[in-house]
Design a binder for this molecule. Structure first.
Ligand SMILES: *Cc1c(COP(=O)(O)O)cnc(C)c1O
Length: 409
């Protein structure tokens, strides 16, 4: 269980006052705990800027209009915390939400009683009653799922809404062209339910020049025309910025809301939402020729100053960011100065080279940004050979999470 507490802090930066909402875990077995149970002296603070989230939502909503802008909040809102994220999006005007699993839909329903909530992974066998009671809409993805939902609706004399997923190229979920023809020949199979959304999903939306994008638009148009008329949706974050052909009636935006770059290339249109801030826990001098970390994969070529930062792969800092002597690649930022990550990433710490930092910065306690404004989450993800989605959803649980909101919004 997760409790959100609010406390006011008089931060006067940029003439704005920020509200900080602190979240922390409660151990159910041992009863509610107090604010003093925030991790004491955490290794890092995960700062989540809810005003930037609302800003990004409005940017996507403006871009999508007159189409509706819905939010993907699966996976605990991409690992960032369902409650503060979903409530902020609701306050920013979002009314339709997509989660992956029934359990996520049930959680979200308790937070947002009036939201439209779709379950992207479809209808688990026997789950119709549970979904119906919580007013959750399955995105039906096969003939069996449609049959099961329609049967429940018929038996209970309720024409409940559901989405229908059409396969247009990604070949994971969705009705095939043959399935769609099946319904085209027997439209009465859909009579017992209300088709509230027909959707498909882009293969390479983040690469707008790929030919598959236009092909998917075409297939989607062709297939949905064979079905009863219903609102349609194809675009994810990048698709929603790719022009009117992709927008249809509703766009489903996820990563862009959270500050991940929608496109693999090109200028940024989103504000960073998440920052991971730690500090230099210790600074030591080592002589040229000495190595640092497990297996001694990095060796100092000169007399060096090395700082330890108390964040490791347990916290979701990818171990693949370990460096070898000849390849310092990842870096952290200390007051705008880059300190390269050197040696192996450990479970609970990383080591960075602070030799080139001004002396007053290479000291115990100095703040270090692991990702956020600089480097961005996309830079970090690229260094690690992954994507921002995996960095967010892989973030660990032992740092303090601080949700901030600009009062003027
Ligand atoms: C996750 C998801 C989205 C959102 O994708 P982003 O790339 O994060 O914008 C949209 N549609 C479906 C089907 C999804 O699974």
């Amino acid at each position: 269980m997760c409790l959100v507490r609010q406390r006011n802090k008089g931060h006067a930066g940029l003439g704005e006052r920020l509200h900080f909402l602190m979240t922390f875990k409660i151990d159910d077995e041992h009863g509610p705990k107090t604010a003093t149970d925030q991790p004491a002296y955490p290794g890092a603070v995960l700062q989540i800027d809810l005003s930037a989230l609302a800003h990004n939502y409005r940017m996507f909503a403006d871009e999508a209009a007159p189409a509706e802008c819905a939010a993907a909040v699966k996976g605990d809102a991409y690992g960032l915390g369902m409650e503060p994220i979903a409530k902020t999006l609701w306050d920013a005007g979002c009314r339709t939400f997509f989660v992956a699993l029934t359990q996520e839909g049930l959680t979200l329903r308790t937070l947002l009683p009036s939201a439209v909530i779709y379950i992207l992974n479809g209808l688990p066998p026997g789950a119709a009653e549970t979904l119906a009671r919580a007013s959750l809409r399955p995105v039906l993805s096969s003939l069996e799922e449609v049959g099961e939902w329609a049967a429940w609706c018929r038996e209970n004399d309720q024409r409940l809404p559901a989405g229908l997923h059409i396969e247009s190229g990604i070949n994971r979920l969705g009705l095939t062209a043959a399935d769609v023809d099946h319904f085209a020949a027997r439209p009465e199979l859909l009579d017992d339910l209300t088709l509230s959304l027909v959707l498909s999903h882009l293969v390479s939306g983040d690469l707008p020049d790929e030919a598959i994008n236009a092909t998917q638009v075409e297939r989607f148009e062709t297939l949905r025309a064979k079905l009863p008329t219903a609102p349609a949706s194809l675009a994810n974050s990048p698709g929603s910025l790719s022009g009117s052909a992709f927008r249809f009636d509703l766009v489903r935006v996820g990563i862009g809301l959270y500050g991940g770059e929608p496109y693999a290339v090109g200028p940024s249109r989103v504000k960073p939402v998440v920052r991971l801030i730690s500090h230099l826990a210790q600074v030591r001098a080592i002589a040229a020729g000495q190595s640092v970390g497990y297996r001694g994969t990095w060796t100092a070529e000169r007399d060096s100053k090395i700082a330890v930062i108390p964040v490791g792969y347990y916290d979701g800092y990818p171990r693949s960011l370990s460096s070898a002597s000849d390849l310092p690649h990842a870096w952290v930022s200390v007051e705008g100065h880059r300190a390269p990550v050197i040696g192996r990433v450990s479970m609970d710490m990383i080591t960075v080279d602070v030799t080139d930092l001004p002396d007053h910065l290479a000291v115990r306690g100095k703040e270090a940004e692991l990702f956020g404004t600089s480097p961005t989450v996309d830079e970090l993800a690229t260094w690690a050979g992954t994507i921002s989605f995996e960095v967010f959803t892989g973030l660990g649980s032992r740092f303090a999470r601080v949700y901030s909101r600009n009062e003027s919004l």
